[in-house]
Design a protein around this ligand. Structure first.
Ligand code: GDP
Length: 471
């Protein structure tokens, strides 16, 4: 009927046209889009199928702000275990003068806002470590503007320090180094500088472009200076967002609360979120019933870079899901359902890049850089492989080792691969059970070799399109 009305043709003629194609349809029946197309053409109409994706994209265009205003930076704290990440975050939150004046106590909602006495703000992601950050990224979230790399001055650069550097680099997040524990007798901040220089983090005082701040998370020494440098870098980066558009952001955390139902922390990244706004988040939707800030206070609105706990979700969203405000509840429900269907479809097809797919992507012009994560048994084999593999770069495709280290393949390696579209190569090393499980689930390709030549040959073949797909 709808099609007939659109074309202003009597419905029985449309039904006759359908019958010619072997479809006996009633007036209320839904017909496949392709059939509708043919029928329309038979009546001299030029029709086209408007994809669901186009509809979503159209809406996304609408939401994109034109003008931006400066917004607070969103900072993630990274570093080796026990180097003082948690202590640093605690100290920063405690010395947060503005919060103390208003009597607010920091609640754990996934991120907290630190306000300096002059009103400038910094948003910190609560969960320190690059693991949490990378897993958010792996789910497609674009969260985190600046990384603070904590390195204990009495310990120096450790494996997770290197991992954190590579993770930050893979996402193009600038790093500020906090050389911590300078109150300790054995502290050697200069040694940390020397060691980090080898990883491309050259201190400004040595002519490089990385900011180093010597701090003590325990005594609070120089922590205010660290905050100043973060704001300075943010200013240089010209971080902007338009507060006057419908809100858009990312889910940082979610939980099912016995009294309040599904609650989630939303990091607002664009626009302003208000009580009463209708939204879609991942595959669920809802209406903002109430909002609480990171100090547990009720708020009516939240602007760019503000984390807020939101009540009013129909179902529990997932950390990393995108969040956006839409016009009405019907639209929100439709979008959520659409996404659910798409997600189910997506889950059936492989998401991670496999070595076999590399050539296809190169030909389609979709791949200009082949990203690899290398894990090996020795430093010697790591260096040899790094060199041999990067030398395979062609004019079309650069081979880039985004992370290389000695040791087994871990869950972190797999998550980084997922988040950055990389392939994991293990040389005389294997994935641990957890890594294997995650790789399976996230469809990340892990290639294991024990002969350097074979690894190099495989990558070479992949680049040339000679690698036979493995069924
Ligand atoms: P994380 O694993 O990186 O989060 O490290 P923590 O913040 O848990 O700190 C590990 C240990 O180092 C704790 O016992 C802290 O008290 C201690 N610590 C952290 N920062 C400092 C510091 O600046 N000076 C001293 N002396 N100890 C520190």
């Amino acid at each position: 009927r709808e099609l007939a009305e659109l074309m202003k043709i009597p419905p029985n003629q449309v039904m006759a046209e359908l019958l010619k194609r072997g479809i006996l349809a009633t007036i209320n029946q839904t017909i496949p889009p392709e059939v509708a197309l043919q029928v329309a053409e038979a009546f001299g109409f030029l029709a086209e199928i408007k994809g669901e994706e186009e509809q979503i994209q159209e809406e996304e265009e609408e939401l994109r702000g034109e003008v931006g205003e400066p917004r607070p930076p969103v900072v993630v704290v990274m570093g080796h275990v026990d180097h003082g990440k948690t202590t640093l975050l605690d100290t920063i939150r405690k010395t947060n003068v503005a919060a103390r004046e208003k009597g607010g106590i920091t609640q754990h909602i996934g991120a907290s806002v630190v306000q300096l006495p002059d009103g400038r703000k910094i948003t910190f992601l609560d969960t320190p470590g690059h693991e949490a950050f990378t897993s958010l990224r792996a789910r497609g979230a674009q969260v985190g503007d600046i990384a603070v790399l904590v390195v204990a001055a009495d310990d120096g650069v450790m494996p997770q320090t290197v991992e954190a550097i590579n993770h930050a680099k893979a996402f193009n997040i600038p790093i500020i180094v906090a050389v911590n524990k300078i109150d300790k007798p054995g502290a050697d901040p200069q040694k940390v500088r020397r060691e980090l220089s080898e990883y491309g983090l050259i201190p400004e005082e040595w002519g490089g472009d990385t900011i180093f701040v010597d701090v003590s998370a325990k005594t609070g020494q120089n922590v205010d200076q660290l905050l100043e440098y973060i704001l300075l870098l943010a200013e240089i980066m010209e971080l902007k967002a338009d507060p006057h558009v419908p809100a858009r952001g990312t889910i940082l955390e979610s939980k099912l609360d016995k009294q309040r139902g599904p609650v989630a922390t939303v990091l607002v990244q664009e626009g302003t979120l208000r009580v009463g706004d209708v939204f879609v988040a991942g595959t669920t939707y809802g209406k903002v019933r109430a909002m609480l800030d990171d100090k547990g206070r009720k708020v009516q609105e939240a602007g760019p870079s503000t984390p807020v706990e939101v009540l009013g979700f129909e179902e529990l969203p997932m950390a990393g899901d995108t969040f956006k405000v839409v016009k009405d509840e019907k639209k929100a429900r439709q979008l959520a359902e659409l996404r659910k269907a798409r997600k189910e479809q997506m889950e059936k097809v492989s998401k991670g890049l496999t070595l076999e797919e590399v050539f296809k992507k190169i030909q389609a012009g979709e791949l200009t850089e082949l990203r690899l994560i290398l894990k090996t048994d020795t430093i010697g084999s790591l260096e040899a492989l790094k060199k041999a593999l990067t030398e395979l770069s062609t004019q079309e495709v650069a081979v880039r080792i985004i992370h290389g280290a000695v040791g087994g393949i871990t869950e972190n390696d797999v998550m980084l691969a997922k988040a950055s579209g990389a392939i994991v190569i293990g040389f005389n090393t294997r994935p641990d059970p957890k890594a294997r499980e995650v790789a399976e689930r996230e469809k990340v390709d892990i290639k294991l070799y024990s002969i350097i030549y074979e690894a190099v040959e495989d990558v070479k073949k992949a680049l040339r399109g000679l690698l036979k797909p493995i069924e």
